[in-house]
Design a protein around this ligand. Structure first.
Ligand code: LLP
Length: 423
């Protein structure tokens, strides 16, 4: 559920009309809804009420400081994958003891920084990383709490590029190696081995892969405890899908997901950590773009808009489907035309939607690309020397630009001429 809806025939973000924001900010821009972000945290909290569970928002999904500060005030912890994300989470006011640091390639510098901040735990993904973390912690005279990320070899039945829990994926340690590596970890002086981590993929719309993974996590917890390891926390990752196609793809409700967690892991007496990204931010954001031209192609129409693949990479990178809504509701009553919604970037893959039956959009009208709040702005670039897309946060009847559009001088000024090309 989200708070983007038509009021008096015009699409609004909560109580703010999108044309009003467009007039002030220009297009394209991302627009996020505070009420939607907070609602998703509450829905998860309610689903997990009665379980000892901590929600750590996956910062990679949307790392705008205003979004993170909203999450922090809603009480969420954070899952970070770099020093940069850790710095963002801390700057947004997230207590260090609610932060988990994941990722296959943490550098020693990043480990030292995170230890200095006093984060809750590291999710370690390999044997050499275990050793490196122990050395860094020992050098600093501290102990690093760790969970090992275990790859359960479960098929998440999602897009191949966002599936992480198969044995051929780079993530985690093989399930069968876990007993040996936990035994080794216990001998390392800088580590306090406390948990198990699993994350099998993203945009998962079926509970079955979760059920399989949680069952394996349960078995492993019992086995490791049997071998004398104190397993205090279970980090079950993120991955819960969102409905990109309205009522046509309905992901499991958080209540069903929470019931599954309780059934599989509830009696183990371990604290559960969740790392949701998309489920919280996905439909809390949209990309608003303006039609530039309409061109008749051979057999279909091209609606050329000012947003492009550099602003929202998901359609071309993952063949992802995002609904496109006209900002004026009256356009929904007109006839539908087969069309591609494309941007100005010089790539055939530059589209926001392809082969869609949509209203016959006209130049200058505003369109909203829906469910773009997760993995949208964070994956944007300046390809084709396009300015980084601005971000706006709405709260009730207020809105604020939370990342302004840079100037061309800002962008080009990042480059430097070498001495031999100066003057
Ligand atoms: N935890 C770990 C260890 C992860 O790798 C991820 C996502 C999450 C949590 C959050 O997953 P979520 O709840 O958002 O599904 N750019 C892609 C998605 C990449 C996901 C990477 N890892 C996309 O746009 O679909």
């Amino acid at each position: 559920m989200h708070y983007f809806a038509y009021h008096d025939g015009v699409l609004h973000a909560e109580d703010v009309s999108l044309p009003r924001i467009a007039a002030e900010v220009g297009t394209p821009f991302y627009c996020y809804s505070t009420a939607t972000l907070v609602r998703h945290v509450r829905v998860l909290e309610e689903a997990f009420a009665g379980q000892d569970a901590v929600i750590c928002f996956a910062v990679k999904a949307n790392s705008n400081q205003a979004v993170l500060a909203t999450m922090a005030r809603a009480g969420a912890g954070m899952d970070v994958v770099s020093e940069g994300e850790l710095r963002r989470a801390r700057a947004a006011g997230v207590p260090a003891d609610k932060i988990i640091f994941a990722g296959v390639g943490k550098s020693r510098e990043e480990m030292a920084y995170a230890l200095g901040e006093g984060i809750f735990s590291f999710n370690v993904e390999s044997e050499p990383e275990l050793r490196a973390l122990s050395e860094v912690a020992e050098g600093l005279g501290v102990t690093a709490r760790v969970a090992l990320r275990v790859n359960p070899d479960v098929d998440a039945k999602t897009h191949a590029k966002i599936s992480t829990g198969k044995s051929e994926n780079k993530f985690g340690i093989p399930y069968l190696d876990a007993p040996r590596l936990y035994a080794e970890a216990r001998t390392l002086p800088g580590l306090d081995v406390s948990g198990i981590h699993m994350h099998i993929g993203s945009q998962i719309t079926d509970l079955a892969p979760f059920r399989d993974a949680f069952r394996l996590m349960r078995d492993l917890t019992l086995e490791l405890r049997g071998a004398g390891h104190a397993i205090h926390h279970l980090d079950i990752g993120g991955g819960l899908g969102v409905p990109y196609r309205g009522s046509n793809d309905v992901p499991p409700h958080p209540d069903e997901y929470a019931a599954l967690v309780k059934e599989a892991l509830g009696d183990l007496g371990a604290r559960i950590y969740l790392e949701p990204g998309r489920m919280i931010a996905g439909n809390a954001g949209i990309l608003v773009t303006r039609v530039q031209y309409v061109k008749a192609g051979a057999g279909k129409r091209f609606t050329i808009v000012d947003g492009a693949m550099n602003d929202l990479l998901r359609p071309t990178l993952y063949e992802a489907y995002h609904e496109v809504w006209p900002v004026l509701e009256s356009r929904l009553a007109g006839p539908r035309v087969l069309q591609d919604i494309v941007g100005p970037v010089c790539e055939t893959g530059d589209y926001l939607a392809i082969e869609r039956e949509l209203p016959a959009f006209e130049p200058f009208e505003l369109l909203a690309v829906m469910t773009a709040g997760a993995y949208g702005a964070v994956m944007s670039s300046t390809y084709n020397t396009r300015l980084l897309v601005p971000e706006v946060l709405v709260d009730g009847s207020s809105f604020a630009v939370v990342r302004p559009r840079p100037s061309y001088d800002d962008l080009i000024g990042l480059d430097r001429l070498p001495p031999w090309l100066e003057s």
